[in-house]
Design a protein. Structure first.
Length: 108
């Protein structure tokens, strides 16, 4: 890979958010993500911005779980990746994309 296309990854800690069905919590959505930064210096800046990025990923995860997730069905990881990319890019334009490393939903 040439330096301009080489990925620069920043890992966020696991995110766990509630699955809200109407007015009750019906389960939880868990996901691990890796951020692909636009370049090496952007990866350094993203690592320093971890608290804001984590907060944005939790907010986006809650909204995604409210609209798209059930504890009884598979999670659409591709859609989650797209929605997290949009939400986190809004927080920080140094993000090329958000990759889902692990995702799952549990009822109860």
């Amino acid at each position: 890979m040439s330096p301009s296309t080489e990925p620069h990854f920043v890992t966020l800690p696991e995110v766990v958010v509630p699955i809200i069905d109407g007015e009750r919590i019906s389960g939880r959505l868990l996901f691990d993500i890796v951020i692909d930064a636009v370049d090496a210096s952007a990866a350094t800046r993203l690592a320093l911005a971890m608290p804001r990025l984590r907060s944005a990923s939790i907010s986006a995860g809650i909204e995604f779980s409210r609209l798209q997730v059930s504890g009884l069905t598979a999670v659409d990881a591709e859609l989650l990746s797209r929605e997290l990319t949009v939400a986190l890019r809004h927080e920080n334009p140094d993000i090329a994309r958000v990759l889902i490393v692990r995702v799952g939903a549990a009822a109860g």
